[in-house]
Write a protein that binds this ligand. Structure first.
Ligand code: ATP
Ligand code: MG
Length: 425
């Protein structure tokens, strides 16, 4: 074949859509339940927004961005994540004048130049949630609850949170110093990547997947021991809310976001069968981010769920999703005269909102009925020369195979009388 979808991308085929629709409508339903409103931002933004908003020294900015210059020489990047664009929109539209917090969600594609593998693509999709304008740990708890309920109602089992606090500009630098000191004492034992990270983005050594670094990580100082009073109180309150709600969680000292403007809460949701290597959901608080991209100091907290990972888990766990309703009617025609009647008949049925398929081309009756059957149609409306001459149609109940003749004028009344709630819902 001449062309293929680019590496790391894929088509969402008709048979995939029941899963996508299920997940997307659940995202919209629960967003409404929690009082989050939809926002759509452009798929590309100024490259600088992501360099500042995601941060130099992150994998995303260092090696994963699809950046380009357009014909007007503007430096643009396909969005690798939602948060920076949503924050840009918050600032640009002066949303700080609205009642706070402003609670927003988005659904759509993201782009990262990564090595494609299971659950890792170059174009992927997220359900992204942001709550902007409040420091209250109840808001951290709210977004975490939304993420949890979303996954739970999709059918995920064995959910648990991994949580940590990454402190704030007040307390984190002391921790970073202690961490560096410890790591430099073990310099000969750590991987080359970590040596690089120590210079640029020290917190990220805690995230290292290299086996040789695991014992070093295990013995490293913990940020929990360095939190200032405010950060410690925030974290304690959040945990109290989680306890009261009976949410399973583990305080994971390795969980960090290696950026200056991520603050306090960070979390992931793990589920049965997927864990550390393949988190479905990650989030946290970023009280310094809006200021970083040129807005007024404004706190925020949010999360993103990867939809491909959610859907592949639903599939592998055999979760049943709603199928679209089958057509009510399949119009079959034999011969030119009958066709000339069938085409307007199908059209009229659709004007009356009867879900209708029409047979195309020249096929025998058997072939047309086979198609009606495959489509799951409830009734086949059959038109041949005899029916045309007599001004009737033959209606075949596809399930029982029973047939009867109905006057063309009476088709709607006949169907109406047998109308039933669409099957398969
Ligand atoms: P990972 O550690 O797996 O690279 P991440 O920390 O880069 O994840 P985030 O930026 O927090 O991920 O994005 C949130 C979610 O988006 C992830 O939990 C995951 O479900 C999904 N995700 C991230 N990158 C990809 C990708 N390349 N392909 C598919 N899903 C992805
Ligand atoms: Mg990543």
């Amino acid at each position: 074949m001449a062309y293929k979808a680019p590496r790391g991308t894929f088509d969402i085929l008709p048979e995939d859509w029941p899963y996508w629709n299920f997940v997307i409508s659940k995202a919209r339903e629960l967003s409404a339940l929690y009082g989050y409103e939809e926002i759509e931002t452009p798929i590309f933004e100024s490259t600088n927004l992501f360099v500042r908003g995601v941060g130099e020294g992150t994998d995303i900015v260092e090696k994963e961005m699809y950046s380009f210059q357009d014909k007007g020489k503007a430096d643009l990047t396909l969005r690798p994540e939602f948060t920076a664009g949503v924050m840009r929109a918050y600032v640009e539209h002066g949303m700080h004048t609205r009642p706070q917090p402003v609670k927003l969600f988005s659904l759509g594609p993201l782009f990262r130049y990564e090595r494609p593998q299971a659950g890792r693509f170059r174009e992927f999709h997220q359900f992204n949630v942001e709550a902007i304008g409040s420091q209250d740990p109840a808001l951290d708890f709210e977004v975490m609850s939304l993420a949890w309920q979303f996954l739970e109602e999709l059918g995920f089992r064995g959910l648990s949170f991994q949580v940590n606090s990454t402190g704030c500009p007040e307390c984190r630098p002391k921790y970073v110093e202690a961490l560096k000191e410890y790591y430099y004492a073990h310099y000969d034992e750590i991987c080359e990547d970590d040596k690089r990270r120590l210079g640029r983005n020290p917190l990220r050594v805690l995230d290292c997947k290299n086996p040789q670094c695991q014992p070093i990580i295990a013995g490293a100082p913990k940020i929990a021991d360095f939190l200032c009073d405010e950060c410690a109180a925030h974290f304690a309150t959040l945990r109290r809310y989680l306890d009261a709600a009976g949410r399973r969680y583990t305080v994971n000292h390795r969980l960090v976001r290696g950026l200056d403007y991520y603050t306090k809460t960070v979390f992931e949701v793990w589920a049965e069968g997927i864990g550390a290597q393949n988190a479905v959901c990650g989030g946290g608080r970023y009280d310094g981010l809006i200021e970083e991209i040129g807005g007024p100091p404004t706190p925020g907290v949010g999360f993103a769920v990867g939809l491909e990972r959610v859907i592949s888990t639903l599939r592998s766990q055999g979760v049943k999703v709603p199928e679209p309703p089958p057509p009510e009617v399949f119009v079959a025609a034999l011969g030119k005269k009958a066709r000339d009647k069938a085409v307007p008949l199908a059209n009229e049925l659709r004007q009356h909102h009867v879900p209708t398929l029409l047979s195309f081309g020249k096929r025998g009756l058997k072939g047309q009925l086979r198609n009606a059957n495959r489509a799951g149609a409830r009734f086949a409306l059959i038109l041949g020369d005899d029916e045309v001459a007599a001004g009737v149609v033959t209606i075949r109940d596809m399930e029982s195979g029973k047939q009867e003749q109905v006057k063309q004028k009476e088709i709607f009344a006949w169907l109406e009388a047998r109308a039933q709630p669409a099957r398969g819902r």
